[in-house]
Design a binder for this molecule. Structure first.
Ligand SMILES: Nc1ncnc2c1ncn2[C@@H]1O[C@H](COP(=O)(O)OP(=O)(O)OP(=O)(O)O)[C@@H](O)[C@H]1O
Length: 675
């Protein structure tokens, strides 16, 4: 006896879709390129065979879910409007004229490229086909010309290059093959599409061998024409859109690099993303981990693209110069793959394991210095240098941007708060010591919070508030910095030098001392090889000119010498300390004090010549900040003075020097002046 289970009636609706069906549906909606979609469908088929709940199944499902939530083809519409861009840049940034112009030039090139209409030549001896094609392609926005036969086409091709030539094959006098040959010979970039009513495999193969892009049979389908033309143009368009270097803003911290990137995104109405490359140690951080374990993730690039939900954001790669020295793999290779338009159409992330098109992303890089950026990468970058700000510029930016912004952030808008100029100058001089504006912004934010506290404490009808120079100390506490140069006295064996670091210019003091010994030289203060060699060269120069400097002939046989540059924990290097080291040595040996308010920079040769050095603008800004009165610099650096703001040149006495003895006369004071 057999029992038959009573069959339930068929459901009226389709059975609820399985998890795999839902995933397939998501893939169809995701806008993936066909190859990526095919690979994903295959992956779904693979996962479907695994027991639900198994690790592999879970990994697979979350992988597909990730893929389908990527913005494969989602873009935002660009606003390519130069006036609007200028307005946004001006609203958010004081000064920086040259930099804004460079940014606008960059945008102007993009605008022109996007406005460029592709040129086409339609060749057909049948008037109706010719006119129809012209009508359809003109409507698509292409600039179309026509030729009624092969000879006319060849004449046109002799005169002008076209992006696309669409030509009939069979024509009197000159046929489509001759048109193809001429087009390719005149401009190999021209794509030729052959159309004919009598296509044979042999002619198609021969046309393809001669370099035609595609072969279409008559009667023509308009959609097929449109998509073939668009496909033929795509690589060229991508090359055009993204040719040209990536902008890289280089300058000390707080000089507006990040906010310029933000302003560019805002002016083009694109979304903005930023990742910091500082300290990145592993290629996987950029390129992701293989999805062989639960919790594997794509790299930061793909993560951010998914987060902003478009494939054309402005993407800022911050601190390009600070990729860790111990980076596993080649950082330049990964970044080139990201930044190079030849490679970034198919960026491979280890997790995705499918090529992803990054060519529509507008990458912008920032760095404090170009010194540590690999050469191959630097080649792809258009470096735009930002320098530190003068005191007057800082005051202007504070009043026009930082104070209004912080007043709004602290909820003080609408209250009558009057911060005096003297108060801001005091904050700049005594509470910050920087090339940029980071510290100033922080101090102003602190000031506004204190004012907010006072206002709330005193009730809502608090009286109008005037923040004077004196109020600053009450609100911000005791001052943090003194003018290290003017507020200390001249000393024997201590010379004032100017250094250039990632964070801008800085004042350094070079100390030299002597003790009984036998001519040994000790160097301390975390000095790098180049700086040590500069010290040795300075010492040798002085030893070989003892008479000229009035030094006893046996001085070096009877003394050891120690040179130290505080702060001892900070590594220092470079050639520009040669002159201050020599000045400190001569001061110590001759007993003549060094003018503290006279700062020096310059490379010293063994023959006593002074060679030019880098970072003059940042060094002069630092000298001005520290209260230096006179700067001795290499005569050959005179050309750099053109870009120095008048505000600095009017205050600093700048003395160009060619040989060490000239510099020493400016820096050392006679014994009489010592007290
Ligand atoms: N020229 C300027 N006009 C107005 N505000 C400015 C200007 N330059 C910088 N700022 C402001 O100073 C602050 C610091 O600037 P930002 O963060 O862009 O510096 P950064 O150069 O990116 O620094 P880091 O190298 O540390 O990343 C921001 O609030 C920015 O708006």
């Amino acid at each position: 006896m057999r029992f038959f289970k009573k069959e339930s009636p068929l459901p009226e609706q389709a059975p609820p879709s399985t998890e795999m069906d839902q995933l397939r549906q998501l893939v169809r909606k995701a806008g993936m390129p066909p190859e990526a979609a095919d690979a994903t469908f295959m992956e779904i088929d693979r996962i479907a065979k695994m027991p639900p709940g198994s690790t592999e199944h879970t990994i697979g499902v979350s992988y597909i879910d990730y893929l389908t939530h990527l913005p494969w083809n989602r873009t935002t519409d660009d606003r390519l409007d130069l006036k609007a861009a200028k307005q946004v840049l001006d609203d958010q940034h004081e000064g920086l004229l040259e930099i804004k112009n460079r940014v606008l030039e960059h945008l102007a090139v993009r605008i022109l490229r996007s406005e460029r209409r592709h040129t086409m030549l339609v060749v057909d001896d049948e008037k109706t086909t010719r006119m129809n094609l012209m009508h359809v392609l003109t409507k698509e926005g292409y600039a179309v010309e026509t030729a009624a036969d092969g000879l006319e086409a060849i004449r046109l091709l002799e005169k002008q290059a076209f992006d696309i030539v669409i030509t009939d094959l069979k024509m009197e006098q000159a046929d489509g093959m001759q048109v193809l040959e001429t087009a390719k010979q005149k401009n190999p970039d021209t794509e030729v599409i052959i159309i004919t009513g009598y296509a044979t495999v042999a002619t198609a193969v021969s046309a393809m061998q001669k370099g035609s892009y595609h072969f279409l049979a008559k009667p023509l389908k308009l959609d097929e024409i449109r998509t073939t033309v668009a496909k033929a143009l795509r690589p060229k368009q991508t090359r055009l859109d993204h040719r040209g270097p990536v902008l890289c803003f280089v300058g000390p911290p707080g000089t507006g690099k990040t906010s310029l990137g933000l302003a560019i995104a805002k002016s083009m109405q694109r979304r903005f993303v930023r990742i910091s490359l500082a300290g990145m140690k592993d290629e996987a951080q950029l390129r992701g981990h293989r999805r062989s374990y639960v919790g594997a993730l794509p790299g930061r690039i793909i993560q951010e693209i998914r987060r902003v939900e478009t494939i054309n954001p402005v993407f800022m790669l911050d601190e390009l110069d600070k990729i860790s020295q111990e980076f596993k793999g080649d950082p330049a290779a990964v970044l080139l793959e990201v930044l190079d338009p030849q490679q970034n159409t198919h960026f491979m992330d280890n997790y995705l394991d499918l090529p992803f098109d990054l060519s529509k992303v507008m990458f912008i890089a920032t760095a404090n210095t170009v010194d540590t950026i690999p050469e191959a990468l630097l080649d792809r970058l258009e470096v735009i240098e930002l320098s530190g700000y003068t005191e007057q510029e800082k005051v202007r930016i504070a009043f026009n941007h930082l104070i209004p912004r912080e007043i709004e952030t602290s909820g003080l808008e609408g209250r009558s708060i009057d911060i005096s100029q003297a108060a801001v100058v005091r904050i700049i001089r005594e509470y910050t010591r920087e090339a940029g504006l980071r510290g100033l912004q922080r101090q102003i934010a602190g000031l506004c919070r204190k004012i907010a506290l006072d206002q709330v404490d005193q009730g809502n009808d608090a009286a109008p508030l005037a923040i004077t120079e004196e109020a600053v100390e009450r609100l911000l506490g005791p001052r943090r910095h003194t003018l290290e140069v003017t507020q200390a006295r001249d000393r024997v064996g201590v010379a004032t030098g100017l250094a250039w670091t990632r964070t801008g210019g800085e004042i350094v003091f070079v100390e030299a001392t002597q003790m009984r010994g036998a001519g040994q030289l000790t160097l301390t203060g975390s000095l790098g090889t180049v700086m040590r060699e500069s010290a040795q060269a300075a010492m040798s120069y002085i030893r070989s000119h003892v008479e000229a400097f009035g030094i006893p002939a046996d001085f070096f046989e009877r003394h050891d010498i120690h040179i130290h540059i505080p702060a001892g924990a900070i590594p220092k290097d470079g050639t520009s300390a040669g002159v201050p080291i020599a000045a400190a040595l001569l001061s110590m040996i001759t007993g003549r004090a060094c003018r503290r308010d006279t700062a020096m920079t310059g490379e010293l040769t063994l023959t006593g010549r002074i060679l030019p050095v880098g970072g003059i603008r940042e060094k002069l800004l630092a000298a001005h900040r520290a209260g230096v009165r006179t700067v001795v610099l290499p005569a050959k650096n005179g050309v750099d003075l053109q870009s120095i703001p008048d505000e600095i040149k009017q205050v600093l006495c700048i003395i160009p020097i060619e040989e060490l003895p000239g510099a020493i006369e400016q820096v050392l004071i006679g014994r009489d002046s010592l007290n």
